[in-house]
Design a binder for this molecule. Structure first.
Ligand code: ZN
Length: 503
């Protein structure tokens, strides 16, 4: 979106109560000793002692100077700076070792390095009021020329680009092998979803996958023959419609999953009918990630590409957003989320200004980040406004050691008296360790790689090593003297078999 700079953007005053004036340096923290990786194969783990060390030098409450219409960038960076798990990875983990410099669709690690250095700077300054993120802006402009210059852009677009770029720069997959698409007719969905995830992990594994990516179920049904095609796709954020006034986030998520009619130009090619047919399509939540990004579709574009803004107030809970009712598969843990950041868009489409609210993990207070200007939020209800544009939630982590299973902890560093608490643990997604996937519903402390997909979803242990390859079935039949291959749904086939038996 092309934007007009907001009037007071260039003149944000530095608040004196945050300490010394900024000097533009963002090199602080470079000499900080790096912490050892605790368990590099299973989890990305940062020890509490290491985080406590970081919190001694900085508390994360730091402004970012506007470099000429860069409020969209600053609002995104503030949100990610306060994403527990992501910040920990860049602060305490040897992320340099994971840079994939040879990934042709990455940026040679340049963006990850610039982001990592900025995160370190943001968490090591308490005496300064703000940072000038000039190096990050330069790196971003080199990697994505569309964000160069001084035009304002859509903050959600940048957030998406940034997460994609970090993912590719830190992708643990050396190569991207061809992976056959997995689909099913609606039966054995758990297995099909797990296989689709395994296929995805052959090409894409990174901290971004571990933290931000879940799985959606996409199902299309033929209105003519009833044939169903179900697929499971990874997602990194939910773009939810804002269609009614007086709406809440649960309603927006429900609308996201509303049935869509495919007809006319959008008609669906039914594999069973072998022709284009009327069909219904639905997109639903299947597996939810530790960090959930929800984008409110506030900008409507007309046929000429002109944007209009939906100004509707959307209510959203700051704690305990329960998505159980909207998730179509049983989850490992209850999908309960707390909000940790909100990106706001103020003003109208084609202009305006971005700011962010973020909850601080050290003092648990909310702060408003308006470029270099940072203010503590006095009343948390101030966080919920009709300017809310992107909501960032972190999943509540349940205490797996509790026998009752009822106790849980929030995704933030846990203070323990012994000083030996494990801190933040992020399950590293890998093909050989399916018990760390979101699909697994059994005991978390087992360490068996030899779990088949079937037992994985059924919560039974077996010694089968390799998941069976699943292909779209083809049926051979003789029709008018010609040999014909058909993708008849297996349920139809089963029905026919049953009929035969009955005869
Ligand atoms: Zn059909």
């Amino acid at each position: 979106m092309g934007c007009v700079p907001s009037r007071d953007e260039a003149s944000h005053e530095v608040r004196p109560d945050h300490g010394a004036p900024p000097d533009g340096s963002s090199d602080d923290g470079k000499d900080r000793p790096r912490m050892n990786r605790a368990d590099t194969t299973h989890y990305t783990r940062v020890h509490e002692a290491a985080m406590a060390e970081i919190f001694r030098s900085g508390n994360g409450v730091v402004g970012l100077r506007n470099l000429g219409n860069t409020c969209f960038m600053n609002a995104c960076l503030q949100s990610l700076c306060h994403a527990v798990g992501l910040a920990d990875y860049f602060l305490g983990y040897e992320w340099h070792a994971e840079i994939n410099a040879s990934n042709p669709i990455g940026f040679g690690g340049e963006l990850a390095k610039a982001f990592g250095e900025l995160m370190e700077a943001m968490w090591s300054q308490s005496a300064r009021t703000s940072i000038v993120p000039v190096e990050f802006k330069a790196a971003m402009s080199r990697c994505a020329p569309m964000f160069a210059g001084h035009e304002q852009h859509d903050a959600h677009e940048l957030l998406t680009f940034l997460l994609d770029a970090l993912h590719e720069d830190l992708n643990r997959c050396e190569s991207k092998p061809y992976v056959e698409a997995v689909e099913c007719d609606g039966t054995d969905q758990d297995e099909c979803a797990a296989e689709a995830w395994a296929g995805y992990l052959k090409r894409d594994r990174s901290i971004i996958v571990d933290l931000f990516q879940g799985q959606l179920r996409s199902s299309v049904g033929c209105a003519r023959c009833g044939h169903k095609c179900v697929k499971f796709d990874p997602f990194q954020y939910l773009s939810v419609p804002v269609v009614k006034s007086g709406v809440d986030i649960e309603q927006c998520i429900e609308d996201f999953s509303a049935e869509e009619r495919l007809d006319g130009d959008n008609a669906w090619s039914c594999a069973a009918c072998r022709q284009r047919v009327r069909a219904s399509k639905r997109l639903e939540l299947w597996k939810l990630p530790p960090l959930l990004v929800i984008h409110l579709k506030r900008f409507d574009f007309d046929t000429r590409g002109r944007a209009a803004k939906v100004e509707t107030y959307v209510d959203f809970p700051l704690v305990d957003l329960d998505l159980s009712a909207y998730c179509q598969s049983p989850q490992r843990d209850i999908p309960l989320y707390d909000c940790f950041a909100v990106i706001n868009h103020h003003g109208h489409a084609g202009g305006g200004h971005y700011t962010a609210f973020a909850r601080n993990r050290v003092d648990n207070a909310w702060y408003h980040y308006n470029d270099a200007n940072v203010t503590r939020v006095q009343d948390i209800d101030e966080v919920k406004t009709s300017d809310a544009y992107v909501l960032l939630y972190s999943r509540v982590v349940f205490d797996q050691t509790s026998s009752s299973g009822r106790s849980f902890s929030r995704l933030r560093p846990q203070r323990s008296q012994s000083g030996d608490s494990p801190g933040i643990i992020v399950r590293r997604q890998s093909i050989s360790l399916p018990h760390l996937w979101p699909h697994f519903r059994g005991e978390p402390d087992r360490d068996h790689a030899n779990i088949s997909l079937k037992s994985l979803v059924n919560n039974k242990e077996t010694t089968i090593n390799k998941p069976k390859k699943r292909k779209v079935k083809t049926y051979r039949s003789l029709s008018n003297g010609k040999l014909r291959y058909d993708r008849t749904p297996s349920t139809e086939k089963k029905k026919k078999k049953m009929k035969k038996r009955a005869l």
